[in-house]
Design a protein around this ligand. Structure first.
Ligand SMILES: Cc1cc2nc3c(=O)[nH]c(=O)nc-3n(C[C@H](O)[C@H](O)[C@H](O)COP(=O)(O)O)c2cc1C
Length: 361
């Protein structure tokens, strides 16, 4: 572990010295309606607030005379070494409004810092374009919608482009996002020009993804897709113990604890409150990704201590992208890694593996 490199990130020569500064710049760069699109939740945004408020309730127990001055922030996840336990979350359907390079830029930022990206099916660029632009193995997020065979064909396409795992998502009906409704803001997604271009995928998939006209998948279709998938499937949106077990019984390769950053439906519990229940329900070696509410390196430490293997970063990377494109996203990752590093040291952990629930008071 190169501790000097991490120390150097305290540098006052950098354009952005804190994540707060990056968020402030993002707000300056974006129009109010795009800012609202990036930040909004659903309904009264109770879940959105709970996602961060519940992190604020967690208190660390820092050992006296047992701190570590040079902790190792690296970890291995799904066979890849990561410089710290983080992935970039999929944020599609409008990321080109933050920066025209979208997930090509965030993917390059991830590779530069030594982490991985989850590319969304709703990205402005096709999965092939992003794979070529970044040149690294990534994960691909795909909505379970339309015909099972069409979904399997898209997974095969992702496999051929070099993606190694699929993050499967599910969305039964349109979301109620009042900030966007008040702004009368509708996005013309680039999906029909990118992953759902008619020559590349079954047109019914796009129609179903956007229009919610037909019955959505049940467990039977999900099981069939997971069983026949040419790539391992990690299921996103697992928020309780029962469904964690059901997903693993269906053949999932891992679980992704998330309430989509409060953007799906309001009055769900915070994701961090659900995480320990999901971890307790499955075996120790079940890979678990966590997101929703990560804003600091200390949040990453808390989520790992409560059972996640890695966290995924949504809005925080979005702020970096809006503030300064690829460099902004990279700076967010560096600052999060640095703060995670100092948190590990204060908690007396020399490595990520040593983070456990005993980190809390
Ligand atoms: C602007 C925006 C777009 C998103 N689009 C997607 C998407 O296309 N697919 C997906 O699985 N999740 C999507 N998400 C949810 C994120 O992957 C992630 O779950 C969420 O942002 C995590 O919460 P956080 O922003 O508090 O970190 C989106 C989130 C945002 C903010």
């Amino acid at each position: 572990m190169n501790s000097k490199r991490i120390d150097d990130r305290y540098s006052t020569n950098e354009r952005f010295t804190t994540l707060r500064g990056i968020e402030t710049e993002a707000r300056k760069q974006l129009s109010p309606v795009v800012w609202n699109y990036l930040n909004c939740g659903t309904g009264d945004e109770v879940t959105l607030r709970a996602n961060t408020a519940d992190f604020d309730k967690l208190a660390f127990r820092t050992p006296l005379f047992a701190g570590i001055s040079n902790p190792d922030t690296s970890t291995t996840f799904l066979g890849h070494k990561l410089s710290f336990p983080a992935l970039i979350a999929p944020f599609g359907g409008g990321e080109q409004l933050l920066d025209a390079q979208g997930h090509c830029a965030t993917g390059r930022a991830a590779a530069a810092v030594g982490v991985r990206q989850i590319v969304p099916v709703a990205a402005a660029h096709s999965l092939e374009t992003i794979a070529t632009a970044t040149g690294v193995a990534q994960l691909f997020q795909l909505t379970f919608v339309g015909k099972v065979d069409s979904v399997l064909a898209m997974i095969e396409r992702a496999r051929q482009a070099g993606y190694e795992q699929i993050v499967a998502t599910y969305s039964p009906i349109r979301q109620w996002r009042e900030r966007m409704m008040e702004d009368r803001f509708t996005i013309r997604t680039a999906m029909e020009d990118s992953n759902y271009a008619p020559d590349k995928s079954d047109p019914e998939m796009l129609r179903e993804q956007l229009a919610f006209e037909h019955k959505r998948w049940g467990w039977d279709e999900a099981r069939e897709a997971i069983r026949n998938s040419p790539l391992p499937i990690i299921v996103k949106g697992v928020m309780n113990a029962e469904e964690a077990v059901q997903c693993m019984e269906a053949g999932a390769a891992g679980l992704y604890v998330s309430n989509y950053g409060g953007r799906s439906i309001d009055r769900m519990p915070s994701a961090i409150s659900a995480l320990p229940k999901v971890r307790a329900a499955v075996s120790k070696d079940t890979p678990i990704i966590f997101d929703s509410g990560i804003r600091r390196g200390s949040d990453i430490a808390a989520a790992i201590a409560l059972g996640a293997d890695v966290v995924a970063l949504g809005r925080s990377v979005g702020y970096g992208l809006a503030a300064n494109g690829e460099d902004g996203a990279k700076r967010v990752l560096q600052l999060l890694q640095s703060e995670f590093w100092t948190t590990l040291g204060h908690l007396g952990c020399s490595s990520v593996e040593e983070l456990t629930a005993s980190a809390f008071c």
